[in-house]
Design a protein around this ligand. Structure first.
Ligand SMILES: Nc1nc2c(ncn2[C@@H]2O[C@H](COP(=O)(O)OP(=O)(O)O)[C@@H](O)[C@H]2O)c(=O)[nH]1
Ligand SMILES: [Mg+2]
Length: 335
């Protein structure tokens, strides 16, 4: 899902002003001699323009919103947490109601103008029409504002795809981003998705006809879900709903600033929260680590499959890459 095209919205009055301005520029190609006939045709034309323009602008707000059925659990929960699914639905409903109301009022006004035999009366009908439309537009002001805020949040959702997904986890500065870049190569779409610099980064491994999604997952899971900020929530939900394999990174050099014991504690938190996800353990930064530190980690992590790597050195990553691709191919085969 890519939400980058969700529109930025203006104040609701902006759309009405724009429509009225455009309607005042309406012209006829043919000359209409009779004054009453001219006014009638002109006002009918203007109402048509106002109706069409308003419909287009407000309907766009509805059309750009992905339908609930099209969204997976990950995005549904993001919406629920960041915006509120029910509130979003309510506000979209108001806009839908508005578009119907505009249609109905335009039809009624046009009908009355068609029937009218008097110029002054035509202009009175038009004035009444604009008055009613104006008060409708005022009524949806809060809804448009709400949707603008909601769309802004949705635009910042990460554009995660449905495919075999690997989360790279570990404490800050252990080498997650470096590994992502080395594994997914220069052709990968590695993007920073957040409004803060701590967003989720994505990359793709393409190999033997299979594509794997790699996510640099900054989640530290060191607080309750409700207390997490929006990026931490995204990171958590990626693990909860989308991750098929966790590649956990240890920094054996402790140059990240985190002692081995602290990293082991974090590791066990991830394990405890997501015991069912397949797990691979990387001992990183072996180029600048002491043999003692590497041995210490290996002893403490005996029951796991461990690889020793230097995230900057692609040669040390070959078997990791091979293993990921193999697992993704395995997952794509029917059971
Ligand atoms: N020497 C060495 N430095 C590394 C290695 N992996 C990462 N780094 C460095 O560690 C720092 C933090 O790496 P980064 O990928 O940003 O960590 P992240 O916060 O986990 O994403 C950077 O300066 C990297 O260049 C490694 O295997 N060896
Ligand atoms: Mg990073």
């Amino acid at each position: 899902m890519n939400f980058k095209n969700m529109p930025k919205l203006e104040d609701s009055q902006f759309y009405l002003d724009k429509a009225i301005r455009r309607s005042l520029k309406a012209k006829f190609r043919i000359h209409i001699k009779d004054k009453r006939e001219y006014i009638k045709k002109m006002e009918l034309k203007r109402i048509g323009i106002i109706r069409d323009m308003l419909f287009e602008d407000f309907n766009k707000m509805l059309e750009n919103m992905p339908k609930t059925q099209e969204l997976n659990d990950f995005y549904l929960e993001l919406i629920n947490n960041n915006i509120g699914a029910e509130k979003l639905h309510e506000n979209l409903g108001r806009i839908s109601w508005l578009t119907k109301k505009i249609n109905q009022l335009s039809k009624e006004a046009s009908f009355k103008i068609e029937e009218s035999r008097n110029e002054k009366h035509i202009l009175t009908i038009k004035k009444g029409y604009l008055g009613r439309i104006g008060s409708l537009i005022k009524k949806v002001k809060v809804n448009v504002k709400f949707l603008d805020e909601a769309f802004k949040k949705i635009r910042n959702f990460p554009a995660i795809k449905e495919m075999y997904t690997v989360s790279i986890c570990g404490m800050p500065n252990v080498g997650k981003s470096t590994l992502l870049n080395s594994l997914t190569g220069s052709s990968a779409e590695v993007k920073n998705y957040a409004f803060t610099t701590k967003g989720l980064m994505l990359g793709y491994i393409k190999n033997e006809g299979i594509k794997v999604q790699m996510i640099d997952n900054p989640g530290t899971l060191d607080r309750e879900y409700d207390k997490m900020n929006s990026i931490e929530k995204q990171a958590y939900l990626v693990l909860k709903y989308l991750t098929k394999m966790i590649v956990y990174i240890f920094d054996a050099s402790e140059s990240s600033g985190y002692e081995l014991e602290v990293q082991l504690k974090h590791f066990s938190t991830i394990l405890r929260n997501f015991p069912k996800i397949e797990l691979k353990v990387m001992i990183n930064k072996i180029d600048i680590s002491t043999g003692e530190n590497i041995l210490f980690l290996k002893n403490r992590l005996k029951e796991y499959e461990i690889m020793e790597i230097n995230a900057n050195d692609k040669k040390t990553l070959e078997s990791l890459k091979e293993m990921i691709v193999k697992r993704a191919i395995g997952a794509s085969l029917p059971p």
